[in-house]
Structures are given as C-alpha cells and as structure tokens.
Design a protein around this ligand. Structure first.
Ligand SMILES: [Zn+2]
Length: 428
C-alpha cells in the first residue's frame, strides 16, 4: 500500500468515528524558531474557538514531519527517515484508553490487514520518572515513583491481545514528559503504549530481544499517548490536567513497509523509484554495496527533506538556525555524491523531479531548489579546498601515522571537512 492510501484510510476511519479532519500544520513553526515540525502535533482547540475547523474535541490530521536530529540515523538501519509522513487522531477531554486502544487495534488489523500474530505492544510498567533537576548540571536529582499503567494493560487484554507479547517497559520508553530534560514550572505528562511489528525471530540480536531494542527486528509503527497529568515540582506530585488528551499516531512509511512485506523502508513504493534513479548515476567501482546503499538512502531522504522544507519557505543555506539545517542537508548530499562519483550537473535536474514530482510543475520551486544546491556547492567546494590543504599538511607532518581523532575533529569543527571525506582522503 502506498503512503497516500494509508493516510487516506486512517483519516477516513477516524472521521467516520466523529473525528474532525483538520489541515496539517505548516512545516515552519513560529514557536520553534530553530526547527521544523518534528511530530504529528495535536491542534490547540482552545486557542482559536472562533474557527469552525477547530470546534469539537476530536481531530484527525495528516502531517509531514522532519527531524533534523535524526539525519545521522538515516541509511544506518532498515527503518529511519529524517523526513516522513505521520497521521494522528486526537481526543481531548474524557476519553477512555479502552476506546483509543480498540480503535487503533481494529484499524491496524482490519483496515491495514496487519497480521495480529506479528504485533507486539509495549506499555508503561511503572517505575521512576525524573521530575526535579539540578539547574546547574541539568542532572535529575529527584524521582517520582509512578504505578503501572493498568488501564492500558486491561484495554489490550480486552481486545484479546495475548499477555506474552504485551511488554511492560520503563519511563524512558513508555512515559512521556513535556520538555523532558528541561527545567519548567509544570510539565504535562502521561503513559504511552506503542505497537511494533515483528520481522521475525531470526532477525533478533539475542535471546532478550524485545520491543524497544534497536537492532531492527521490531518496527514501531504506532504510538498512543495519554496526557492525563501534570508534574508539580513544588509539591512533588502529579495533578490531573483539565483538558486531558488521548492521541494515536502512526508512521506511514513504516506501515507501507509492513503491508508491502518488504525488508526495508527503501523498498516501499514511495522510496524505491527514487533509490533506483539515484543508482543509475553511481559511477564508483570500489565502494562496498552496503556503503553505496547507505549513501543512496541519505541522498534520497535528504533531497526530499530539502524539497519539502524549501516549498514551505525554508531559508537559503547559512550559518545558524534553520539556514544551518538547510546547509547541513545539502553538504551531506554533496559528500555522498562525491563518494559515489555522481556528476552533479546531470544529476540534479533529473533527481529533483523524481524526488518530488510536483516540483517539476512548479517552476519557481525547482529554480529555488537548484539555486540553493548550486550556490552551496560552490561555497562547499572552497571550504573543501582549504580543508584539504590543511589535511595534506597534517598527513605529511604525521610521518606515516594515520590521522588522530583530535585532528579529524579539528578538520570537521574548524575547517568544515566532513569526517567521511577526511577518512577516505578523497577530497577533490
Ligand atoms: Zn534486538
């Protein structure tokens, strides 16, 4: 199933259960000046009571998300993207976990046809949650003991989910705290419950491999979050919030991977044609297949991210904030292209249309995208020229010894030399 079919099905499923369909949030959020939308965020119905779109207490939306802090994970496993599609259903006020859980269970198994025998579920098994921090070190100094999320456990048992695949996990995995790790006056919080697809025991990293393990056996494809309480650091307790929220979000590409029964997110209908197109331009002969595939994944993901962000108003590459994120994406693409021997002049016009077909019809978007890429290529080339002079000096000064970690760090931090290029010593 492709991404559009999955998100359309999810939205229809929830609207037929009296959830109101609302438009996606813009990628550039005013309250996140350094970043972009990084999750399918719930609307704030109280903030605009006049707007008829936001009347009621149940909403469903589709959202494109970008996580700049996940860019290094792309290509390293079978399931991480930095730009991805999510859909979310949000129920404010009194909502039982039983209803939320039975809805997503029915959707996943009946609408998507995911084999119930392959699904595992995690829920909060009770334990310590951090709530007071030392403001100088940021380290947590006080913990609050919170009981097991029995309501979710019972709701899963009620839909017939077997206990041996219903896994209690700790607060790190299954207890959400607003602004975790930051000092704020009061923090909304609550337990979560995630759904995982099991690719098979033969993919396990060991005997103790369970959901939450990052080895690639389990694909997390949905999360349910129940924001019911607020941490009060002054009193050191949990208080009920007035407008509780029960939400369900799904990872669309991951569901496409599961329903298509393919081994990786790069083999899904939304990624495969682009990966194939990139491969046509690869000319290097002496790289191993795993590295080529990883680099192609980085190029595919980052180019799509760039296209979507630019279409939504991202600034030209620069030194700080969002501009810096744009610069980082472009430089990572260029680095991988160099290592794969891809000719930029022929590659860019073809690949922009492949990554985002709608860009081909929007002259201004295509021109802007090409201008950002070409201008940054020029700036990057100069950076690399200076960096490679420094690198050569270091190599001859080392008298046969390889570069030290601190030399590689210096080149990256102060000369803008990507570690991958320094390691391969293939700067051109
Ligand atoms: Zn594992």
């Amino acid at each position: 199933m492709d991404c559009q079919e999955i998100s359309r099905n999810f939205v229809n499923y929830y609207t037929s259960r009296s959830f109101r369909s609302i438009p996606p949030a813009p990628m550039l959020q005013k309250n996140l000046p350094m970043s972009y939308v990084y999750s399918c965020t719930p609307p704030e119905p109280d903030s605009d009571p006049e707007n008829p779109n936001y009347m009621g207490n149940k909403f469903v939306r589709h959202q494109t998300c970008f996580r700049h802090f996940d860019t290094d994970a792309v290509g390293k496993d079978n399931q991480h993207l930095s730009l991805f599609e999510m859909s979310g259903a949000f129920h404010f006020g009194q909502s039982s976990r039983e209803k939320t859980i039975s809805r997503i269970w029915n959707w996943a198994t009946q609408e998507m046809g995911i084999d119930p025998g392959r699904i595992w579920v995690s829920y909060f098994g009770g334990g310590k949650i951090p709530f007071a921090r030392d403001f100088r070190t940021g380290e947590c100094v006080t913990y609050l003991e919170v009981a097991e999320d029995r309501e979710s456990f019972l709701a899963w048992r009620k839909v017939g989910f077997p206990q041996d695949r219903l896994i209690p996990l700790d607060a790190e995995h299954n207890f959400w705290v607003e602004n975790r790790g930051k000092r704020t006056a009061s923090l909304k919080c609550g337990p979560t419950s995630e759904l995982f697809y099991d690719l098979g025991e033969d993919k396990a990293c060991g005997k103790n491999c369970i959901p939450g393990c990052g080895c690639g056996r389990f694909i997390e494809f949905s999360n349910n979050r129940f924001i019911t309480h607020r941490l009060n650091p002054r009193k050191g307790n949990l208080e009920k919030v007035k407008n509780a929220l029960a939400e369900t979000v799904i990872g669309i590409e991951r569901i496409s991977m599961i329903t298509g029964n393919v081994p990786s997110i790069w083999d899904t209908p939304s990624c495969k044609p682009v990966m194939r197109k990139i491969h046509e331009f690869v000319t290097c002969k002496n790289e191993d297949e795993v590295f080529i595939r990883e680099s192609e994944s980085v190029i595919a993901d980052h180019l799509k991210a760039l296209c979507v962000l630019i279409a939504d108003g991202a600034p030209a590459p620069g030194r700080s904030g969002r501009a810096r994120i744009v610069r980082t994406l472009i430089r990572k693409i260029l680095t991988r292209m160099m290592l794969l021997g891809i000719d930029a002049e022929k590659f860019f016009p073809v690949i922009i249309s492949a990554v985002m077909p709608e860009a081909a019809n929007q002259k201004s978007l295509k021109e802007k995208m090409t201008a950002y890429l070409e201008n940054e290529s020029e700036v990057f080339r100069n950076t690399l020229k200076k960096g490679s002079n420094e690198l050569e000096k270091m190599i001859s000064g080392n008298q046969g010894k390889s570069l030290s970690a601190s030399q590689t760090f210096f080149l990256k931090k102060y000369r803008g030399m990507p570690v991958l290029l320094t390691k391969k010593c293939r700067v051109t």
